[in-house]
Design a protein around this ligand. Structure first.
Ligand code: HEM
Ligand SMILES: Nc1nc2c(c(=O)[nH]1)N[C@H]1C(S)=C(S)[C@@H](COP(=O)(O)O)O[C@H]1N2
Ligand SMILES: [Mo]
Length: 384
C-alpha cells in the first residue's frame, strides 16, 4: 500500500520513494517469519537434545536427523539476514517518523518494534559470529542465544498480532498501484526489490548449505568447516588445544568401564580384540556443518555388558580432557541400546587421528557433535 497523501500523482511521479511500500514489507516479512519459525523449532530441538526433559523424546533413527535439523537452523538463520535487511530498508523512514515519542499507545508500539529489531539483530549477528568461531562477544553463546530466542519469538508474535489487519489487506492487493495496469513503474520497482531479496536469500542459502549438503560444498563460502581436517573430517578442538596429547599417547592408557557389579579396564589392544562393528554415521556439529564418515569400533552395548550393565542404562562419557564443558557428557539409554552407537577406534578405514579422539571416542547416531565425546578414558553405567 502506498501512503499517497494530498493531490493525485501519476504512477511515474510516485516512482522510487514509493518502492518502500507495505506491499514489499509484508511479502518480505512473511518469508522472514517462516525463517524465524524454522529457526525457533530447530533451535528448541537442539536445546532439548542437549538438556533432556522427561517429556522430550529424541529418537536414534534416522541417523541423520540432527544433521538435518541443525543444518536447517543455520541455513534458515543465514537466509533470514538478507530478508531482515530488506525488511528494515522497506520501513526505514517510518522508524524515524514523527512524533518520535508520541502518546502511550505509540510508545508501546515503538518499544515493541525496538525489542523486535534488537533481538533479531542480536540473534542473527551472534549466531553468525558463533559459527565463524569469532568469539568477540564476552558471554557464553548458547544461554544468551536461547534467552534472546524467546524475546525474539515474543516480539515477532506481538508484531504479527498488531499488524495482522495490514498484512491481510496488503497480501490481498496487487503489488503495484491498482489504478495502473500491472502497477506501472512503481509495481515494476517493487517487484525488482522482491526479486533482489529472493536472489540475495538464495545466494546466502547456497553459500551455507554446502556445510550440510555435500554437492554444494564448493559453493559454500559461508561454510567455514566442511571437509578440511585429518581423515576428511573437520576438527573443532585439537588434542593440543584440549591438553590431551600426552595422556592420549601414553602406553599406560586404559579405558575404564564402571558397571553395577564390576569395573574393568581395557588396553587399546584389548579393545581391538573385541568384536568390531562398522557404521556410516555423520558428525553433525551444533554450528551446522556436518560430514558423513565410516566409523569402526566396539558396540557400546557390548562394552556395557562386560561389566554387567543393562543396555537400557544411561552412560556417562568421561574424557581425558581436563574438566570443562566438553569433558563429560551423558548418553541417554535409548542411544546405549542402539547397536549403531560405537566406541570408535577407526575413522574412514584408518586408526582414529589424535585430533578425532584417539585412542577412542563416542560416535552415536543423530547426536549433536558437541556430545560425541573424544579421548575417552572412563565410561560409567548409570542406574539399572
Ligand atoms: C531468529 C533467529 C534465531 C532463533 C529464534 C534461534 C534460536 C535458537 C535456539 C532456541 C537455540 C538453542 C540454544 C540452546 O541450546 O540453549 C539455538 C542454537 C543455535 N543457533 Fe540459533 N536461532 C536463530 C538464529 C541463528 C543464526 C542466524 C545462527 C547462525 C548463523 C544461529 C546459530 C545457532 C547455533 C550455532 C546454535 C547452537 C548453539 C550450541 O548448542 O552451542 N542461530 N538457536
Ligand atoms: N573431549 C572432547 N570431545 C569433543 C569436543 C571437545 O572439545 N572435547 N568437541 C566436540 C565437538 S563441538 C564436535 S563438533 C565433535 C567434532 O569431532 P571431530 O573433531 O572428530 O570432527 O567432537 C566433539 N567432542
Ligand atoms: Mo561441534
Amino acid at each position: 500500500m502506498s501512503s499517497d497523501a494530498g493531490e493525485p500523482v501519476t504512477s511515474q511521479a510516485r516512482g522510487f520513494a514509493d518502492t518502500r511500500s507495505t506491499a514489499v514489507t509484508v511479502r518480505v516479512g512473511v518469508c522472514l517469519g517462516v525463517a524465524v519459525a524454522v529457526c525457533m523449532a530447530t533451535g528448541l530441538i537442539s536445546h532439548l537434545v542437549q538438556h533432556p526433559q522427561p517429556w522430550f523424546w529424541w529418537p536414534t533413527r534416522p541417523v541423520w536427523l540432527y544433521r538435518v535439523t541443525q543444518g536447517l537452523h543455520v541455513i534458515s538463520g543465514i537466509a533470514a539476514i538478507p530478508l531482515l535487511v530488506v525488511k528494515l530498508w522497506s520501513v526505514w523512514p517510518k522508524l524515524f517518523a514523527r512524533p518520535l515519542i508520541g502518546g502511550v499507545t505509540r510508545q508501546l508500539e515503538r518499544l515493541s518494534i525496538l525489542v523486535l529489531v534488537g533481538s533479531m539483530i542480536f540473534q542473527l549477528s551472534t549466531g553468525l559470529l558463533n559459527i565463524a568461531q569469532w568469539y568477540v562477544f564476552g558471554f557464553f553463546f548458547p544461554p544468551a542465544h536461547f534467552a534472546m530466542a524467546w524475546v525474539a519469538l515474543g516480539a515477532v508474535a506481538v508484531h504479527i498480532g498488531v499488524k495482522l489487519p495490514v498484512i491481510r489487506r496488503a497480501l490481498g492487493e496487487p503489488i503495484g498501484p491498482a489504478d495502473v495496469a500491472g502497477g506501472g513503474a512503481v509495481g515494476t520497482a517493487r517487484r525488482n526489490v522482491l526479486i533482489g531479496a529472493a536472489a540475495a536469500t538464495a545466494l546466502a542459502t547456497v553459500a551455507t548449505a554446502g556445510q550440510t549438503v555435500p554437492w554444494l560444498k564448493r559453493l559454500s563460502v559461508l561454510a567455514p568447516r566442511s571437509g578440511d581436517g585429518p581423515q576428511g573430517v573437520p576438527v573443532n578442538r585439537t588434542a593440543l588445544a584440549a591438553g590431551v596429547s600426552r595422556a592420549a599417547r601414553s602406553p599406560d592408557y586404559r579405558l575404564t568401564v564402571v558397571g553395577p557389579s564390576t569395573t574393568r579396564s581395557f588396553t587399546l589392544a584389548e579393545l581391538h580384540a573385541m568384536p568390531q562393528s562398522t557404521r556410516q554415521l555423520p558428525i553433525a556439529c551444533v554450528e551446522g556443518w556436518s560430514v558423513d564418515a565410516e566409523w569402526t569400533g566396539v558396540v557400546l552395548a557390548d562394552l556395557v555388558a562386560t561389566v554387567g550393565g543393562s543396555p537400557k542404562s544411561d552412560v556417562r562419557m568421561i574424557s581425558l580432557e581436563p574438566p570443562g564443558p566438553y569433558s563429560r557428557t551423558t548418553l541417554p539409554a535409548r542411544h546405549t541400546a542402539d547397536s549403531a552407537t560405537l566406541i570408535a577406534l577407526q575413522l574412514n578405514g584408518e586408526q582414529l587421528d589424535l585430533d578425532h579422539g584417539y585412542p577412542c571416542r563416542l560416535i552415536a547416531p543423530t547426536r549433536p557433535g558437541v556430545l560425541q565425546t573424544k579421548w575417552l578414558t572412563r565410561l560409567e553405567v548409570i542406574g539399572e
